[in-house]
Write a protein that binds this ligand. Sequence first.
Ligand code: 0A1
Ligand code: ZN
Length: 886
Amino acid sequence: MDLPKEIFLKDYKKPDYLFDTVDLEFQLGDEKTMVTSKIAVSPGNEGNSSPLTLHGCDLKLLSIKINGTELKSDKYTVDPRHLTILTPPAGVFNMEIVTEIYPQLNTSLEGLYRSTGNFCTQCEAEGFRKITYFQDRPDVMAKYTCRIEGDKTLYPVLLSNGNLIEQGDLEGGKHYALWEDPFKKPCYLFALVAGQLECREDSFVTCSGRKVTLRIWTPAQDLPKTSHAMYSLKEAMKWDEEVFGLEYDLDLFNIVVVPDFNMGAMENKSLNVFQSRLVLASPEAATDGDYAAILGVIGHEYFHNWTGNRVTCRDWFQLTLKEGLTVFRDQEFSSDLGCRTVKRIADVSKLRSYQFPQDAGPMAHPIRPLSYIKMDNFYTVTVYEKGAEVVRMYKTMFGASGFRKGMDLYFQRHDGQAVTCEDFYAAMCDANNAHLPNFLQWYSQAGTPTVKVTSSYDEGSQAFSLKLSQEVPPTPGQPMKEPMFIPVAVGLVDSTGKDMPLTSIYSDGMVQTLSNDGHPIFTTVLQFKKKEEEFIFKNVPERPVPSLLRGYSAPIRLDSDLTESDLYFLLANDSDEFNRWEAGQILARKLMFSLVADFQQQKTLALNTKFVDGLRAILQSTSLDKEFIAKAITLPGQGEIMDMMSIADPDAVHAVRTFIKKELAFQLKDDLLAAVTSNRSSEAYAFDHDSVARRALKNTCLAYLASLNEPDVTELALNEYKSATNMTEQFAALAALSQNPGQVREDALLDFYNKWQQDYLVVSKWFALQATSDIPGNVVNVQKLLAHPAFDMRNPNKVYSLIGGFCGSPVSFHAKDGSGYKFLGEVVLQLDKINPQVASRMVSAFSRWRRYDETRQALAKAQLEMIISANGLSENVYEIALKSLA
Ligand code: 0A1
Ligand code: ZN
């Protein structure tokens, strides 16, 4: 392969040419598809006469015309990645390019490809160049039409962006459709779908009274499973109007479901494409988790219509501009429709389990990366989830109404433009007459900051002081860091467990009076923006317990001097529910670390009674939300703990977590049993918060009980499995049963497969459950499953379930004999030939190899070296392997 080229943000230059209109014509065929692209070109800057370079990949060029005249071959050059028109005419001109492509051979699922016979496109980030030669970059925005021609029987449905303006029959059993999108867009938002699909149709009347037709397209047999997705879409449309005043801007909105898709879904203008898992649901076959994911992702893609499509990114480095903001919006949407605290806990757990490790490893990058080899590799938890936390900090600083003002100004200034993260920052600050010193560092510095807090109380002066210091760790290419602006939300809890009113605070040589229009306030946001700062609360009548970083107000690691008894006190009393959960997690982490040390020194493990009592109190609470209880009694994940160790020890962490689980189950058995029996379903399945919360609590308790591996609990889990009337409970019972190796496990897994073998989404869950299992020797099982007739390496969802699931399970993947690493190494090379994007996501599992002991390091490194030296490796996998080895 050519030496892959690294692209840098600092090298950004405006495009030399603008494309005003793009008229595309597709002649779809089984063997080949012909694409004609007619573009109205104008110079990007006055007097421009530079060559016009277009991107292209895997294309067969048939012809080029400029202003109607065929271009002679000495007037252009073609290489495997570009087509360059050497001397384009001055001023405005028309260009027509005809290419031939072979979608049926395209297994990369990027560009135009086939999924179960239907045609489908995926153009973000740089897939449009696999359809035709183009300036494939987001700051080239044009108005598009798209004419699709194809066999009427094979492809009865022909869809593209915008409005259908013409359709009709043609000779030879063919038909055509002509679509026009009135909004300017970058080519990554272009979409085409053609094939045998049926739709569920509904409508939504917007706030200005326009009726929008909504259609969800799937193969006919799946139509009944689209009702929750349709509900989610209508809720999202309503929410965006109510919360942000954002109305949908066309009369038609289409969603298409495809089984083969690299990512979750894609926000193409008015023609969103989704992988099946994120649309199709029925109570029998989908879990509460699936229902929640559908709500969130349908919302996410819909919200992109404004944050991403109407206002887009100037270049791919700005990806977080649309993704961080849109994740933040979907998080808020799900919070408003469900339970805010529980959603916040789930989002923060995800950040800690996946983003923190990335930010501390060789792939660490700022939310706005400084360079990339393959942009596909930067659709990361950092750009998405940490990016959403950065957006959340604006809301924390400016409040809901200030945030809304900032959003309004952002759209007022930038509708129809391709812009940068600075533009968003400027809109937020200008709308609020504010300046946030050092805030922009969040866009350019990688690494999770650690904030140390020490507190002291002076009875004489009734002053309570918090001294804060921050440390941003070095990351690849960034050895030195600057201080960042960190909003720290704080409340002070008195000895009775109540929040103290906060009256005034002293910092930076100034006293600030705290009140909210004459009302007392109980939480204040400290603006911590230097390496070290002290904040002194005045008029504090007794020593309080500070509740720090309420609601997780910044994406940092907090290292406070709170004592264990302070934490137990907060667990029982904090008015900020997030921090109640957090106090429990900090206690659990401390406990796990001390037991890991005991395990490593071969000491007997023992659980302290205070911890058991703390969890018992939570479990017995009748006032707390049941889903909150489920979260509060769940231990931090193994990955989260390993990430915090100087040398990650998967065996010790696994042994300790298993020990605590079992011990808790043993000591809390009666309460757990009571929670299972009193939270059984009595009514038909409903996806409302109370029902979800009840099932969450029941399932969490069942999992604890099953860890005991005693006959009575096995019997209980079997009964729950057999009597379940929905997938949430059926699958949780299966998971409970499959914790312990043996015949019961084998029988249950086989029974489940036999029941569900016709439903590929359920079969994917079945793969994932086995892949993530901790049972001894699981590498061999997973290897066998690769050969299972239901497994298909070309389907990303199955790969993510089986191989991705396996890599996420510390015990088997990190098996000390290296068998897990060897398995992944082989699979990555196989996958890379089929689908580089998917292969590169899998190879990322190796990236943290330096975190382990020497034996594991050597074994993992050997696999990375084997991969990087393989012939014909994709740039995607190359970049991850290279950076991991650096
Ligand atoms: N923009 C989509 C996700 C997406 C990104 C890249 C893709 O191909 C490389 C596909 C989809 C979203 O945020 O939902
Ligand atoms: Zn997105």
